[in-house]
Design a protein around this ligand. Sequence first.
Ligand code: FAD
Length: 150
Amino acid sequence: MVAWQPIGISMGVYDMCARYLKERKQFGAPLAAFQINQQKLARMLGNIQAMTLVGWRLCKLYEEGKMTPGHASLGKSWITSRARETAALGRELLGGNGILADFLVAKAFCDLEPIYTYEGTYDINSLVTGREITGFASFKPASVSQRSRL
Ligand SMILES: Cc1cc2nc3c(=O)[nH]c(=O)nc-3n(C[C@H](O)[C@H](O)[C@H](O)COP(=O)(O)OP(=O)(O)OC[C@H]3O[C@@H](n4cnc5c(N)ncnc54)[C@H](O)[C@@H]3O)c2cc1C
């Protein structure tokens, strides 16, 4: 569930930006007509599609009883990191309005930060996945583990 929250937020950011870029004009043209803005929109859309596929794959694994902690952690950490990038690109696209709550992107940006952290921070979820991939748990520095055994 936590892996899906950032997907919905990112879709909202994308919708807001796509609309805004067509409405606001600078240098005699809509912001949507500038190549660099189109590149950012395309990157946001690519993120959202990839995030959705990862979320869908997690659900299928869960339904089949095959989802491991490493799968869930990778899904959550990767999706939240892409959502963070998507919101950051949206914030850039809106210029100064990107930091005003009225235009929703700044609010989405703030809403994503707790999701990046709760149910395991990005770092801790990466370590859960890393443990599954390698067989080594690296949560505790070696010296602390050794001291706790004394
Ligand atoms: C809005 C919000 C709602 C929340 N809701 C709940 C809730 O309902 N129930 C609940 O139980 N908790 C909740 N939390 C708490 C959340 O789960 C914790 O904030 C989160 O697990 C991180 O723990 P911490 O804040 O103690 O950070 P710390 O453990 O102090 O970590 C600080 C930093 O160090 C890194 N770090 C810590 N340990 C390691 C390690 N071994 N190796 C590498 N890096 C490490 C972390 O990744 C992080 O970057 C919520 C938090 C927020 C922000």
